[in-house]
Design a protein around this ligand. Structure first.
Ligand code: C2E
Ligand code: CA
Ligand code: CA
Length: 748
């Protein structure tokens, strides 16, 4: 014999003991008011009964006929009626029949002189409670009446309790049926013994159709295991979690369910029910009851939240996080299948202009259209993600060769030729696309994405509206540098550089003696950029040599032009970076270019800083000596700021020293000339080297310099750097290079 389980006592359990008998309380029953109707045609008989009853304190009423009695019974409630059988208009039996037929709750005692058995039996059959024969002893009547009053009171209490019970039951039924949750009860075999009306809207069936059916009839097969587990645990009194989520079968097709069409997600609370005759150890499992709550809405919100966590709110596309997940999966797959993966980093060119000119709302709408367009040709398994404002990423899974990725990139670019329409306006958008291929361009997702990004930066800086694969040369270059570097390359190819010229003036003779060529970048978006904005970057790569080559070429060309325009004898100085000096072709390039333009060598001067010289002293001295021997001037730029070893002045054929602007800035007529200026001037005079003071802006500075023996200056006081055409007209004014004092020209 298996042992009976005891009622579980663990915390959270809601096991209940069903009571064997309900305890009914009559404490609240109102007192029954007793009133007595005395029916007799004999006035004295009626009177004597009333007098006999008066000590009891119950009101009495008298009736002399059947008609009068019936009338009174209809107008008033009587607890008790004492009826004589012989009445003038009929028999007491007629009253009894009437009472019965009309369901009047008055107890009847027959008092009759006809004391045969027949009479008594007839009376009792017709509903009389008792029969008293006349003449009677007063005690007999009083005893009978007292007994019937007790009976009436018991009946009254019983009826009251019945009414109360009926009331509370319907109240409970109401509560149960209007509950927003389904309330159920299963018997010990798991069959439904009760369900409330909520089952109609939840499962689309009536209560009766479920009664007697096993719970497995409504649980989704996938979740049956879970349901069995809970049920069996209650049966074994193992006290399971009393709340669990599972899915019920959805039999109705009228509602579009978000989570899964055939399933209704619910939360079920379960409570084991046990009876107990004696101790808890005797408890017997009789089933479980509980509540089933529809959590579709909750699940929908949960799913929505999850969706938002992984998708971009504006376009609905996967976001960066989801892309990372998919990429991770794709990489694992590609490893197994020995396939390639392509990552396309897409950046909408000049999207800021759209936002700035049409507004952010327009920008958002256009982004949505772009998304639609990009999504149309997606292959199954590919992922398009939006990862920031105007940046998208396209993950191409299972590609076989680079060509597959470039075909997609080309397709995207081709699609760009069709304009996007926004409020009657046509917007043409292009993309800069960087492509990285797994595994060759990276074996981690971060590396792959970064390399696609670098390739994109390269395209963005270069031509835009184009795509590029990642190459090793992008490695170790910062993305902005890479972007700018490729922008610089584009600038070279597109002729975005210009040379400005700043005259160098002999202040004693008031004559222009030379020009310094200063580069400017006419950037398509950012306007004119000073060298400090790009030369330092160019110096990080071989770009500075290419730019330097361009400067040399252009400066020579312009010098030729000046000659051709009758402006002769002006030395053109160009700035040379240290890397250029290290370039083995440098010397050759300089000599070839000057001779190509038919320039006399002494019309060119190269400006070089002390620091550059020091970088590779021996080689630099060699190159510069060769150049100097060929007639090319050598100027030491920013003199006094760098590595001031004067020894090189002995070995190097220097033609000019340029005093750095920082020494000139603070020159004032109120103070004595700084010793460094005096020293440089003395030194250059001794070495027969020309000395040019840079950055002279005021007459005061010029005067101080002049008094100290300075002869040559370059600065805003005379002329700001000029574009070549402006320079030409400036020089033409200065006839034969001689300036008059209004010739001070300002420019940007
Ligand atoms: P730098 O060789 O010392 O050139 C003189 C700089 O001082 C120029 O600035 C010029 O515009 C500025 N300047 C001239 N007079 C005055 C003045 O009176 N007041 C003030 N405040 N500034 C004055 P810029 O053109 O911006 O050039 C800056 C530097 O960029 C140059 O300094 C030079 O080191 C470099 N650079 C310019 N062009 C080239 C080039 O073609 N190649 C190379 N490698 N470097 C260049
Ligand atoms: Ca210079
Ligand atoms: Ca300088």
């Amino acid at each position: 014999m298996p042992q009976r389980p005891s009622v579980p006592q663990c915390p959270g359990s809601k096991a209940v003991i069903v009571p064997d008998k309900p305890a009914i309380s009559d404490a609240s029953t109102p007192e029954l008011e007793i009133s007595i109707l005395v029916i007799d045609d004999e006035p004295r008989a009626r009177q004597s009964i009333c007098e006999l009853l008066s000590p009891l304190g119950h009101p009495t009423t008298q009736a002399a006929s059947v008609a009068e009695a019936i009338h009174l019974l209809h107008t008033k409630k009587f607890t008790l009626a004492l009826v004589d059988l012989n009445l003038p208009d009929g028999s007491g039996l007629d009253i009894m029949r009437h009472i019965h037929a009309n369901q009047i709750h008055t107890r009847l005692i027959v008092i009759s002189g006809n004391s045969t058995f027949e009479h008594a039996a007839q009376s009792l059959r017709n509903g009389a409670c008792d029969f008293i024969r006349k003449p009677y002893l007063p005690q007999t009547l009083l005893k009978t009446i007292a007994k019937e009053i007790t009976n009436a009171r018991t009946q009254h209490r019983y009826t009251h309790i019945q009414d109360e019970l009926k009331g509370s039951e319907s109240l409970h039924r109401f509560i149960v049926n209007t509950s927003p949750d389904m309330i159920y009860m299963l018997d010990e075999r798991g069959n439904f013994s009760f369900v409330n009306q909520r089952v109609r809207s939840l499962l689309g069936c009536v209560e009766e159709s479920l009664i007697g059916k096993h719970y497995s009839a409504i649980v989704l097969p996938e979740d049956l295991e879970k349901a069995h587990h809970i049920f069996n645990n209650w049966r074994a009194a193992a006290c399971p979690d009393n709340s669990v989520e599972l899915r019920l079968l959805n039999h109705q097709n009228n509602e579009q369910r978000f989570v899964e069409a055939r399933a209704i997600p619910v939360e079920i609370t379960t409570t084991g029910v046990y009876t107990s005759i004696g101790t808890e150890q005797d408890a017997e499992f009789v089933g479980i009851y509980g509540v089933i709550r529809d959590i579709t809405e909750h699940k929908r919100n949960e799913a929505l939240l999850q969706h938002h966590e992984h998708h971009d709110y504006l376009t609905g596309l996967p976001n960066r996080a989801l892309l990372h997940d998919r990429l991770k999966m794709a990489m694992a797959q590609a490893r197994r299948a020995n396939n390639l993966i392509g990552i396309l980093f897409l950046d909408i060119d000049r999207f800021k202009i759209i936002n700035d000119s049409l507004g952010h709302l327009a920008g958002d709408k256009i982004l949505q259209q772009v998304t639609q367009r990009l999504s149309t040709n997606l292959r199954e398994g590919d992922t398009l993600a939006r990862i920031s404002g105007n940046e998208f990423m396209l993950l191409l899974t299972n590609i076989n060769e680079h060509g597959d990725a470039s075909a997609v990139a080309q397709e995207i670019m081709d699609g760009c030729s069709t304009p996007i329409h926004y409020q009657g306006q046509e917007v043409l958008l292009t993309f800069s696309i960087g492509v990285a291929i797994y595994p060759e361009d990276g074996i981690s997702k971060e590396e792959l994405i970064h390399n696609a990004y670098l390739a994109k930066c390269y395209v963005k800086g270069n031509s835009r509206n184009s795509y590029s694969f990642y190459t090793q040369s992008f490695k170790n270059v910062g993305e902005t540098d890479l972007e700018q570097e490729s922008a610089l390359r584009r600038a070279l190819n597109n002729g975005e550089f210009e040379l400005y010229y700043q005259p160098q003036v002999d202040i004693l003779e008031h004559r222009v003696i030379g020009l310094e060529a200063l580069i400017r970048w006419n950037h398509p978006q950012r306007g004119f950029l000073a060298p400090s904005a790009f030369i330092p970057l160019a110096e990080k790569s071989d770009l500075i040599c290419k730019i330097g080559q361009w400067v040399l070429e252009r400066a020579c060309q312009d010098a030729r032009h000046l000659e051709d325009n009758g402006i002769k004898g002006l030395k053109v100085a160009i700035n040379i970076s240290a890397q250029q000096l290290n370039n083995t072709n440098f010397k050759k390039q300089v000599l070839q270019t000057t001779s190509h333009y038919g320039l006399q060598q002494n019309y060119l001067e190269i400006e070089i800083t002390e620091n550059s010289i020091m970088q590779n002293m021996q080689k630099t001295v060699e190159i510069l000596t060769d150049l100097a021997n060929a007639g090319i001037g050598i100027a030491i730029d920013d003199f006094g700021t760098g590595y001031s070893s004067l020894s090189y002045l002995q070995t190097l054929p220097v033609s000019t020293l340029k005093i750095d602007r920082s020494f000139i800035r603070d020159l004032s007529s109120n103070q004595s000339t700084p010793p460094i200026i005096t020293a440089i001037l003395t030194l250059t005079a001794a070495l027969k080297i020309k000395c040019i003071a840079e950055g002279v802006e005021t007459d005061e500075q010029k005067t101080v310099l002049q008094l100290a023996g300075g002869k040559f200056i370059q600065g805003y006081l005379y002329c700001r750097p000029q574009a070549f055409t402006q320079l030409l007209s400036y020089l033409r004014q200065a006839k034969d290079g001689v300036l008059n004092h209004q010739d001070q020209l300002r420019s940007t």
